[in-house]
Ligand binder design. Structure first.
Ligand SMILES: NC(=O)c1ccc[n+]([C@@H]2O[C@H](COP(=O)([O-])OP(=O)(O)OC[C@H]3O[C@@H](n4cnc5c(N)ncnc54)[C@H](OP(=O)(O)O)[C@@H]3O)[C@@H](O)[C@H]2O)c1
Length: 318
């Protein structure tokens, strides 16, 4: 089968489409999936650049791709959730491997894809959608904060574009932070207020928020604390050492009702199914900035690094 691989770290030219051995037959709770599409995430870009060398140790040449959508071809004997022919989407483990024509997936990492979506759209949901959902509801307790004021940093990107929409669905007032050229996109997603990060520091806006969701993981707690309301929370995709330690201190020992927390995205199939239901009911939009065929995977990476509106996806089959 064909797969995208890199054997050295560097710019997108290190990616090559190669013939590799297909996966063995599924065992236990594994399903064998024909991959129709796989999206490009910040994690793929970082791994390729060599920012996270430890994650590729013993796994070179590395096949990127953590999100897939496609058809179940075969099921292991312990699979209960799927049968061959099902259209699924899934979040793969740290080994990646999604940018290939077939992949083995444990069933708890997958859910039925939205019936109303193409494979390209379904592949744009798992990692970014789960991260936004688990950050806002799981970590920041959005569901328990009626009429919350939420600031989404990186609102035009993969995670942020879901963050804006999920916060609006929860009844929040949403401030979207992105570069000027992508603010109209954040407004289309429902943002109530728009901030160009090149023009304004959020500390200078004279406002406060209940939740600051830092999708690109660029903000420190020290910088955000003054703009958090009492009981407010900064939830980040990237734990920053001292901020992460602060999050470990139990509330009674903290002299501050404001807190920092970081999300570590989990492959929960019930969360994936929830996202699929939101898409099928027309309440959540999957924003695909652009898709590329597998043979042009390096172009897809280059495009993703240039700034996007939503997600960049690789169409694997066809
Ligand atoms: N913790 C976890 O489990 C987990 C899971 C998934 C991903 N992640 C991490 O999450 C990060 C974001 O992923 P993504 O896929 O959403 O990335 P993305 O699609 O590239 O989006 C990045 C966003 O950040 C914005 N941005 C860039 N510089 C900014 C700045 N100085 N201030 C404010 N916004 C800025 C961009 O806006 P413009 O394009 O308008 O400049 C864009 O909206 C990645 O670093 C990834 O590794 C962590």
């Amino acid at each position: 089968m064909r797969a995208v691989r890199f054997r050295t770290f560097g710019d997108p030219s290190v990616l090559h489409v190669e013939d590799v051995a297909p996966p063995r037959a599924p065992t236990g709770d594994q399903v064998l999936v024909r991959v129709d599409a796989s999206s490009v995430n910040g994690t793929d870009l970082g791994l390729r650049r060599g920012d996270l060398k430890i994650a590729t140790l013993g796994r070179m040449p590395f096949v990127p791709g953590f999100d897939v959508a496609g058809e179940v071809l075969r099921c292991g004997p312990a699979v209960t959730a799927f049968t061959p022919g099902d259209q699924v989407m899934a979040l793969l483990d740290h080994g990646g491997g999604g940018q290939a024509e077939q992949v083995l997936i444990r069933q708890h990492r997958a859910a039925l894809a939205p019936a109303s979506s193409s494979a390209v759209e379904a592949a744009a949901l798992p990692l970014a959608g789960l991260t936004a959902l688990q950050a806002l509801h799981g970590k920041a307790g959005l569901h328990a904060r009626r009429g919350a004021r939420v600031l989404v940093n990186g609102a035009s990107g993969g995670i942020g574009s879901y963050g804006v929409q999920l916060a609006k669905l929860a009844g929040a007032h949403v401030t979207a932070v992105a570069s000027a050229g992508r603010l109209a996109f954040a407004a289309e997603l429902g943002a109530d207020a728009l901030v160009d990060y090149r023009e304004h520091e959020i500390a200078d806006l004279g406002e406060r928020w209940d939740i600051v969701f830092d999708a690109p993981g660029l903000l420190s707690f020290a910088a955000v604390r003054p703009v958090l309301d009492d009981g407010g929370v900064l939830v980040s995709t990237r734990p920053i050492a001292s901020d992460a330690l602060r999050g470990l201190v139990p509330p009674p020992l903290r002299h501050d009702s404001r807190r920092f927390t970081a999300v570590m995205t989990r492959p929960r199939s019930q969360d994936l199914a929830h996202l699929a239901a939101l898409v099928d009911s027309g309440r959540l939009r999957v924003a695909v900035d652009r898709s590329f065929p597998l043979a042009r995977a390096s172009e897809a990476h280059r495009h993703a690094e240039g700034g996007v509106r939503g997600k960049v996806v690789i169409a694997v089959s066809g």
